[in-house]
Ligand binder design. Structure first.
Ligand code: MG
Length: 181
């Protein structure tokens, strides 16, 4: 079997960003409108919420502890281990938010806590994933654009906000092994 370089996103793939946001939003802004996960039609939070809430949304994402305390998406850790056991090189490829102060170290801590310290050595943190070399990128974001035509094949991790994309292979952690076919 061909040894592949598999890049795996964190938010919405390994970490439950959406539920983390919904919980923090309800707690901090109990009277603001709520958008349930099924109602998330756009990848960017601000496009799913009523206009004028961008600052409030950013305040949740920038708050200390937001990224570090996200729950895991079940099956992710086991899938990474299985990929390695099959001989593939697995790297974590994640984009920090622009307000990086808490996000960047907390993403490292999240990986150490939830996947194990060894995985922190496999983190690639970059805004433009098209610049990263690899065979497969597992990511919930519908499209990646950047400075280059990506060399990896984008495999979509299922999410309500990427259902409009019909041309890409879609997976969950229950059926991810189809990426190897
Ligand atoms: Mg993501």
């Amino acid at each position: 079997m061909n040894k592949k370089i598999i890049l795996v996103d964190i938010d919405g793939v390994l970490a439950d960003f959406e539920m983390g946001f919904i919980k923090a939003w309800g707690k901090k802004f109990p009277t603001h409108p709520k958008v349930p996960l099924e109602g998330r039609k756009a990848f960017r939070l601000a496009e799913s919420y009523p206009n004028g809430l961008e600052k409030e949304i950013q305040s949740i994402l920038s708050a200390p502890g937001f990224f570090e305390n996200l729950n895991t998406i079940p099956g992710g850790k086991e899938a990474l281990k299985k990929m390695q056991d099959l001989g593939h090189e697995v790297l974590i490829c994640t984009s920090p938010i622009s307000n990086y102060k808490n996000c960047v170290p907390e993403k490292y801590r999240w990986v150490a806590i939830n996947l194990g310290f060894e995985w922190t050595k496999r983190i690639i943190m970059i805004k433009d994933k098209t610049l990263v070399f690899g065979d497969i990128l597992i990511d919930d974001k519908p499209e990646h654009t950047g400075l280059r035509e990506p060399v990896w094949k984008h495999v979509l991790f299922e999410a309500p906000y990427n259902q409009h994309v019909k041309t890409k292979l879609r997976i969950t952690w229950d059926n991810w092994e189809r990426i190897l076919e």
